[in-house]
Design a protein around this ligand. Structure first.
Ligand code: IPD
Length: 294
């Protein structure tokens, strides 16, 4: 892929963006291996956050600590914003937005659908609409793959090295492309729910209207994996309200680089709404999920 070497993304050189993407991959793989290989037989709940069911496990904390330490040593001037509380303002203009385990409830129950999401963004990562990803990676340790992208470089999946398949050629990345489905009634839609019971009741109400209009829905339990599924075309679309920057930062870029669109109530996805799909589905889906419709 040829890109103007001086302005690959937000004034960063193409070489710099390539190095950032490489670091996203290495970090996501390191934390992915940690949470899979060191998963205790009985995962304990270390703390709860917004509600009693919004849990933090010891492995969320260990994974975030590992990511934070590796980022500080590789990029000491960058900011870091993590789901479990790391919040460092940097001086370089770049911020690492990390989810040490996305799909924590699946992790708790040993359901093999959880991920590590690592992205590096420009702008103010703490304010919806004020940042955008430059590079990102989502490691799916149960499938032993890492999905990744950098702005202008396409979206890719590659097997985790060292799993016995890394003979010549086996580790080659595979390019991702969103599905071409453009009929709402044929669309397989991934979605998710927040932890707050009142929010969940509203989400159920929205789904009452959405469900008869799509092929079916899937609630996989990890927004980052939902987004990479849109990118690889193994679901047609994803929509959810209430998700955070760390759930979406890497997956957003991976979907866009796979030829899809990711929007919110306006052009920027965020807490109010995140919708990801190919070009033919994005507007009908966004309209379906607008709060004024229900
Ligand atoms: C959650 C998952 C889930 C989504 C929730 C997120 P967590 O993140 O991504 O799929 O529906 O909105 O909060 O708590 O597992 O990191």
């Amino acid at each position: 892929m040829t890109t103007d070497p001086s302005t690959a993304a937000d004034g960063l050189s193409e070489l710099m963006v390539q190095a950032l993407e490489r670091l996203c991959i290495d970090l996501a793989l390191a934390a992915g291996r940690l949470i899979r290989d060191d998963r205790p037989r009985h995962v304990g709940v270390a703390a709860t956050k917004s509600t009693d069911t919004d849990v933090v496990t010891v492995m969320d904390q260990r994974s975030e600590a590992l990511l934070h330490r590796l980022i500080r040593s590789a990029r000491p001037d960058d900011g870091v914003l993590g789901e479990e509380g790391v919040d460092v303002i940097g001086t370089s203009g770049l911020t690492w937005v990390i989810d040490p385990i996305d799909g924590t409830v699946n992790y708790l129950y040993d359901i093999p659908a959880y991920a590590v999401s690592v992205a590096v963004v420009t702008g103010d990562a703490r304010t919806d609409g004020a940042w955008r990803p430059v590079a990102g990676a989502v490691c799916d340790p149960c499938r032993r793959v890492v999905h990744h992208a950098r702005r202008g470089g396409g979206a890719w999946s590659r097997p985790e090295p060292g799993d016995g398949t890394d003979h010549p050629g086996a580790g080659d990345p595979e390019r991702l492309t969103v599905s071409s489905e453009d009929r709402l009634g044929r669309a397989l839609l991934a979605t998710g729910f927040g932890y707050d019971p009142e929010v969940r009741a509203r989400q159920a109400e929205v789904l009452r209207h959405v469900l008869p209009q799509v092929r079916d829905i899937r609630r996989i339990g990890s927004a980052a994996l939902d987004l990479v599924r849109v990118a690889e075309g193994t679901v047609d679309a994803y929509a959810e309200s209430g998700i955070n920057a760390w759930d979406l930062a890497a997956g957003w870029l991976i979907v866009e680089e796979a030829g899809g669109l990711v929007v919110g109530q306006g052009s920027h996805p965020g807490k109010a709404l995140t919708v990801a799909a190919g070009r033919g589905l994005i507007e009908p889906l966004r309209a379906l999920f607008q709060p004024t419709r229900h």
